[in-house]
Write a protein that binds this ligand. Sequence first.
Ligand code: AMW
Length: 122
Amino acid sequence: MEAEYYTFGPYKIHEKEVFYTSQLSYALVNLRPLLPGHILFFQDISHQLMEDGPQAGQTVPHMHVHILPRKGGDFEKNDEIYDAIDMKEKELKNKLDLDKDRKDRSLEEMAQEADELRKLFL
Ligand code: AMW
């Protein structure tokens, strides 16, 4: 059977990366998570209600919400996570060297995480 793909801006998202769907929403694991469990969520109503587009710091032109599970001490200064999301390609890249370990994950690795998360919605 042919795999189903979802659209995320210019990207094709393999169904194995998607762990939750409803009539108006879907959620997928991240190709380059900033923290373990960093996932992306899409909901049909969100673009009417929320900040969208490059002005909101988007790099992928498709309305989405980041969900990042936080742990004490994951960032030296708690709110640096927001800078990491907004400016990861710029100043913080040198300061925190966040992208050093940020490599594209394989479909297998993402599918494994999505399988685990999917169980939460059974
Ligand atoms: W933005 O800067 O648009 O708010 O965030 C885009 C997010 O999408 C980043 O966290 C990035 O790692 C993630 N991402 C980009 N391409 C893919 C993909 N093909 N599959 C899953 N996540 C992706």
